[in-house]
Design a protein around this ligand. Structure first.
Ligand code: HEM
Length: 198
């Protein structure tokens, strides 16, 4: 076996996800910048709406029995209830009930959940910005950006460990990464269409 093959087999799923989706992550940061989310409350409200639709897409996948088996603590994850309350604070009501993940299967579903869980890390910066710019808090209009009660890092590490403990084959790992790319693509679309979002 060559060294590069060895390295490939030894790379964990969580490491592969980070490396192989990093370009998409950079693209999200650029889209966020272009959307000028913190320029005014109306932009922030539409961004919050995009968070709501994405959370609904991701939480739809929590019902899958294989997902439940791999990620046993789904009850502490997901932020759609919090976002809905934030939207109320911001005077918005979601007009669409469309779910983008109806056709998503397992293990791709885990890739979508990866995108959502990872986004809680960057949300620390967004939370600070929402506090600083608008005075929003974990109890008003920025609930969905607040840390999980256990803390961001703990819940994130537990998620990565659960994924790595699944001991997926290379092919299954490829499918999880494919799902993550789909998740980033969906959120990217929402961000790009923010002005039209209702
Ligand atoms: C201005 C916007 C954003 C900033 C500043 C930001 C920043 C960050 C930071 C600092 C990390 C932690 C890196 C580490 O500790 O290793 C992170 C991780 C992550 N973010 Fe973002 N982020 C942003 C937007 C997003 C968006 C919109 C998404 C997806 C919808 C996203 C998905 C992720 C994911 C999946 C990870 C985990 C990467 C890994 O596997 O370690 N981020 N982000």
């Amino acid at each position: 076996m060559t060294t590069s093959m060895n390295q490939q087999l030894e790379t964990s799923l969580s490491q592969r996800l980070k490396t192989e989706t990093s370009t998409e992550h950079d693209r999200m940061e650029q889209l966020m910048e272009q959307a000028k989310v913190f320029e005014n409350q109306s932009n922030y409200a539409r961004f919050t709406l995009s968070q709501y639709y994405f959370q609904k897409d991701v939480e739809h996948l929590y019902a899958h029995p294989d997902v439940v088996e791999i990620i046993p603590d789904l009850d502490v994850r997901g932020r759609s209830d919090a976002v809905l309350l934030d939207l109320k604070d911001l005077g918005l009501e979601p007009q669409s009930t469309r779910i983008a993940t109806d056709e998503v299967s397992f293990p791709q579903a885990l890739g979508w959940i990866y995108v959502s869980e990872g986004s809680t890390l960057g949300a620390a910066f967004l939370f600070k910005a929402a506090q600083h710019q608008f005075g929003f808090t974990a109890d008003f209009a920025a609930r969905n950006l607040a840390a999980y009660p256990e803390g961001r890092a703990v819940v994130w590490k537990r998620f990565k460990q659960a994924m790595d403990d699944a001991n997926f084959s290379q092919e299954q790992q490829d499918q999880v990464i494919e799902g993550a790319m789909q998740g980033f693509s969906r959120f990217g679309q929402l961000l790009a269409d923010l002005e039209q979002l209702k």
